[in-house]
Design a protein. Structure first.
Length: 377
């Protein structure tokens, strides 16, 4: 039996379970790229740090390491989530209920803790309102027109919407219909292109928030990941799946490639064409490389993948604490290079994430499995 990827676990090195070790390794790499982006762009603003060297911040800004990591995460979600929604009981409503419970316990306990800790460490002048905190607790705060307490929360909204669409398609027995998923990808991709083309065609600015502009493209990428899973497992069950996947890849990967190539020639189709194009393209390269060249990843990468959700959630909190320590340090204490502060922040984030995973994430995951398994028996 193949190892379920519904929850992040540490694969063994024997049997078919090891086939999915690259996914955990990719999660670890993606999380570190996001940490690199956020720590470099934030810490470089502290007076004196830029005097040493700005290379790590410059390269991250130019190629948008954070976007690379996030797009890779979305491809992984598409690779994992739809395959976890299968009729394991006689009632598809029960299957959806089990899926919802496992996703809830996988995401929310650690998320709520990160929200609480961030609110506690924010200075009085930056404290969000009670309504903003309540809205953030739902993980759908943008739909209530509230700001994200931590900026990266916007990506979790996309995840939730993807889960909802998957559950809906599963209910109508369409989630594992490759042809239908292909048209879902084309549909969401077309909506994204229409949104981004509107300013060029109408000579007016979009009033839609950036995260909502990107959402159709990100959802199309996630469903493309589900087609990659079919091919990777060899369970296509459809001779046309390669054709569907090729065309969908041509669209979802072809667009960023076109954008960064055109930007090199001096034509910017959208704002920050080069960064958008090269980052999204490199995310696909990272994803494919991980699947096919990380067959036996180092154990540390698998471990980082296991705790990657907590790394992702809690590194902004550790970063804020490190910044506070730098500001309150005695004036006689020398300002160190950016690389030192980035390393310190990353290492503390990893250690803290391991603690959070062990005492919050993992118990919640185990509890959700017991709840859903007991109801199946």
């Amino acid at each position: 039996m193949k190892q379920s990827l519904n929850n992040t676990t540490l694969p063994t090195t024997t049997g078919s379970a090891f086939r999915y070790a690259p996914i955990d390794a990719l999660r670890g790499i993606a999380a570190l790229l996001v940490v690199w982006q956020h720590t470099s762009e934030s810490l470089i603003k502290i007076p004196g740090i830029a005097l040493h060297n700005t290379f790590l911040a410059d390269i991250s800004a130019q190629y948008d390491f954070g976007r690379i990591g996030i797009i890779c995460f979305f491809l992984i979600s598409g690779f994992v989530i739809p395959s976890s929604l299968k009729t394991q009981t006689t009632n598809k409503k029960t299957s959806i209920s089990h899926f919802a419970k496992r996703r809830f316990y996988r995401l929310y306990p650690a998320y709520w803790l990160s929200l609480l800790l961030m609110v506690l460490i924010l200075p009085a002048a930056s404290q969000p309102s009670s309504w903003t905190i309540i809205a953030n607790a739902t993980m759908l705060q943008s739909f209530f027109s509230q700001a994200h307490v931590i900026g990266l929360y916007w990506t979790l909204q996309v995840e939730l919407i993807f889960y909802g669409i998957c559950a809906l398609l599963f209910y109508f027995q369409l989630l594992h219909n490759n042809r239908f998923i292909f048209f879902v990808i084309v549909g969401f991709f077309s909506v994204f292109v229409a949104i981004e083309s509107y300013p060029l065609l109408s000579q007016s600015n979009l009033t839609i928030a950036k995260e909502f502009q990107l959402m159709p493209y990100l959802i199309s990428i996630m469903f493309l990941g589900s087609l990659y899973r079919k091919i990777y497992d060899g369970n296509t069950g459809d001779k046309n799946v390669l054709l569907y996947t090729s065309i969908a890849t041509f669209l979802c990967l072809g667009l960023p490639v076109f954008l960064w190539l055109s930007s090199l020639l001096g034509y910017s189709m959208i704002e920050h064409s080069f960064r958008f194009g090269v980052a999204n393209s490199l995310a696909f390269v990272l994803f494919f490389s991980g699947l096919y060249f990380l067959k036996k990843p180092a154990k540390i990468l698998i471990w980082l993948g296991t705790i990657s959700y907590s790394i992702y959630l809690f590194h902004p909190i550790i970063m804020q604490l490190v910044k506070k320590l730098i500001w309150i340090a005695p004036s006689s204490f020398p300002i160190l290079p950016l690389s030192v502060y980035m390393l310190i922040t990353t290492l503390i984030s990893i250690v803290f994430a391991h603690f959070i995973y062990s005492y919050f994430e993992k118990p919640a995951i185990v509890y959700s499995k017991k709840q859903t398994q007991s109801s199946e028996s």
